[in-house]
Design a protein around this ligand. Structure first.
Ligand code: SF4
Length: 89
């Protein structure tokens, strides 16, 4: 399974929540109306803007679609080697 690092930049997030609509198993809104990244079975509990976890190909596609839906491009996705997959660089 590929490993992804998913990061939300809370300074860019405007709380539009489209990432939550598309990928609710990965993104949820916190009390400050910023999207945070769910734990996918690792380090449960803590609400954090960045996590690294294993994903299936389907999950990876959904997470990238969620990132693409963000109007401010506040979501960044990196592969295991640290290469940025989204937004395209
Ligand atoms: S889509 Fe972007 S702006 Fe909207 S909640 Fe998600 S990260 Fe924040």
């Amino acid at each position: 399974m590929p490993k992804l690092t998913v990061k939300v930049d809370p300074d860019l997030c405007i709380g539009a929540a489209s990432c939550v609509t598309i990928a609710p198993e990965t993104f949820q809104m916190n009390d400050e109306n910023k999207a945070y990244v769910l734990d996918h079975g690792t380090e449960p509990g803590e609400r954090t803007y960045q996590r690294t976890f294993d994903v299936t190909a389907d999950e990876m596609e959904t997470i990238i679609m969620g990132a693409q839906s963000c109007p401010t491009l506040a979501i960044f996705i990196y592969d295991e080697s640290g290469k940025q997959l989204f937004p395209d660089v």
